[in-house]
Design a protein around this ligand. Structure first.
Ligand SMILES: *Cc1c(COP(=O)(O)O)cnc(C)c1O
Length: 415
């Protein structure tokens, strides 16, 4: 139930946030133009919805989608495939494609996303990069920015093959990395070593601003289609976009050496991929507006939030730092109760594979694990942070947030 107090507060919020919303809508407009122009340039026709089976030779839709992605990202080539399970699989593919035994991979944004730990070999696995003799080094961020001195030192002392930069914060407490910060560090790196491959984990960041990482000098950009660019329309898959020689290596690693991009049946997914991309600027905008409203309301109610409602955003993720276990659980449960799917399920903290602490997850989504749909989760450890992201429309997001915030107030007054 939405309380009267929250109705009043939300009205007030929307008046106050008008200008901030408008800025976001201008970004949506810009990115929508980008998408529409790319569709036209590559002549997307109804024939593109046809599918191939078996080997997947001559898949017009698949090949056209990859050209459209390249135009949008201003890259030389792209791989957009449902054969990628998810973003992690595409990141893993890109790393195995670019690195050879003896090479060194360097992360300059601290510890990478949890699911990459076994891929890299930070946690032991017999199929990790480490098991093939690929070395790994890591530099922590300092004050939410890159450690330039350390980057220079390592690049001068060693031959680094690939640098990974994860823009979104994952389950960490740091801020996400804006395109401006990315541009600055890439120029810095390329001045020291122009050959090092710069690979960006771009999950959650697509269409948040008007520029994408290739435009600021990245070589390879990777993301998931059950996040921003799938807009909730895509059942699975991921993309890699960037330098042509590297995309060829990625295609041969995903598929077969010697066959690369030429194979891979689209099995009826082309239309989904196209609608997802077409809707993405608008769905990303709805997600960000939902995040901004969340940030505003929870701050007004006395909670610590990151980013704040007026901060410049790099991704669609909103943190609420509850500093209280019960509040985190209640909030996630209330978000679940306002979901389209499984609204009557009560999420509780559980031991998720691969995580040290228990995690609570609210995800009443059409697609399993889809986090461009409204979802909220958090590890059960201090300071009890909720990681909320997504919403296919602003109204659905707003309904869920108003309900969740009302629930928090209710339990406050009961005490
Ligand atoms: C979600 C995410 C991934 C992994 O993507 P999946 O599609 O869940 O495999 C990797 N990196 C970051 C920063 C993410 O947010």
């Amino acid at each position: 139930m939405i309380s009267d107090k929250i109705i009043t507060l939300t009205k007030e919020a929307e008046t106050k946030l008008k200008k901030i919303y408008q800025e976001q809508e201008e970004i949506e407009f810009f990115n929508s133009s980008k998408v529409l122009n790319a569709f036209k340039e590559h002549n997307v026709t109804e024939d593109c919805f046809n599918m191939t089976t078996g080997y997947g030779y001559n898949d017009l839709g698949r090949d056209t989608i990859e050209k459209v992605y390249s135009t949008i990202f201003k890259s030389e080539d792209s791989l957009v495939r449902s054969q990628f399970i998810s973003g992690t699989h595409a990141l893993s593919t890109a790393l195995f494609a670019c690195l050879r035994p003896g090479d060194i991979m360097l992360s300059i944004s601290g510890k990478p996303y949890d699911t990459l730990e076994e891929v890299i070999g930070i946690r032991e696995n017999n199929s990790s990069l480490k098991s093939y003799g690929i070395k790994y080094q890591e530099i922590e961020l300092i004050n939410d920015d890159f450690n330039y001195d350390e980057i220079k030192k390592i690049l001068t002392e060693n031959k680094i093959k690939l640098i990974e930069i994860q823009r979104s914060k994952g389950y960490s407490t740091r801020k996400s990395i804006t395109i401006e910060k990315l541009e600055k560090v890439i120029h810095f790196i390329k001045k020291i070593d122009k050959d090092v491959i710069i690979m960006i984990d771009n999950c959650y960041c697509e269409f948040v601003t008007t520029k994408e990482p290739i435009e600021v000098g990245a070589d390879l950009v990777v993301g998931s289609l059950i996040k921003n660019l799938g807009a909730g329309m895509v059942s699975n898959g991921a993309y890699i976009t960037g330098r042509k020689d590297l995309i060829t290596l990625c295609a041969e690693r995903l598929n077969v050496a010697g066959e690369g991009k030429e194979v891979g049946p689209s099995l009826g997914m082309n239309k989904q991929f196209l609608i997802g991309l077409y809707m993405a600027p608008s769905v990303v905008c709805a997600s960000i507006k939902t995040a901004i409203l969340t940030s505003y309301l929870l701050e007004k109610l006395g909670y610590e939030v990151e980013p704040k409602y007026h901060d410049k955003r790099a991704d669609i993720v909103q943190n609420i730092i509850f500093k209280n276990k019960e509040k985190l659980i209640q909030y996630c449960q209330a978000i679940q109760a306002s979901s389209p799917i499984d609204a009557n399920v009560l999420p509780i903290p559980w031991d998720m594979p691969g995580y040290l602490d228990q995690v609570i997850m609210a995800a009443g989504t059409f697609t399993q694990g889809s986090s461009i749909e409204l979802s909220c989760d958090g590890p059960i450890r201090e300071p009890y942070i909720a990681y909320q992201q997504g919403s296919l429309t602003y109204s659905y997001g707003k309904i869920a947030i108003m309900n969740a915030v009302s629930r928090l107030l209710e339990t406050n007054s009961k005490k």
